[in-house]
Design a protein around this ligand. Sequence first.
Ligand SMILES: [Zn+2]
Length: 271
Amino acid sequence: MPEGDTVFRAAYRLHAALADKTLVRSDFRIPSLATKDLSGGRIDRVRAAGKHLFVDLTGDGGRALSIHSHLMMDGAWHVYRPGQKWRRPGHRARVVLRTADTEAVGFDLGVLQLTADPAGVVAHLGPDLLGAQWDPAVAAANLAAAPECPLGPALLDQRLLAGIGNIYSNELCFIAGVHPATPVSAAGDLDRLVDIAHRLLTQNALRTVRVTTGDRRRGRELWVYGREHRPCRRCSTIVRRSAITIPPVTTDRVIFYCPSCQPARTVSPSF
Ligand SMILES: [Zn+2]
């Protein structure tokens, strides 16, 4: 699952390449949109909302329309010059948008649809960590309203706050000193946690390397994510990997944690 900063960065690159340009061709390669032709449309902007990406355009007759996509597990948007070789196979392309000097290709997109109501698509999302309307108080209150939910999965719940994927969820639990399975009610200072989340995503939004430790050197960027069987950077205890399953989600959430820095808690800590 991509992190919000990945989607933000994709939107930033697409916006720089496509905004204020006219589509000379659109090529939707999924059955539901195969007959759609947006050529002649003018791209107003490309933006992220949580992990959702919108290409807003003005079509024929001045009608506002948005191409909504979600990267889900493996999706990516690439920007090419016309004729440049693609970095993924053509059969994985779901949409190609061409302007006079740019070819934007959406590969393996988990969601791809046209909508005249982009606001409605994301109305269920909590405050967007990288959005202009970011509201930390609402995000913290939303988390607090799910007291029994384990903290790790709660941070991933886009209805509470939008933009956190599994890497940030695990890293934030470590930074807070809280085991990911700890109920939100026992997870300590939620305002502080939400502020750290906002700071990390903002700092990483336009970086190519995601850093939560403050150390940008290769292999030292993250505290616990992907580091099972290796020593904790803080206390040298071996980092563990496990999983949390919460209904109705049937897929396990993989968790990484240091058993010493992140002991299981049932009562509220004081940090
Ligand atoms: Zn540790």
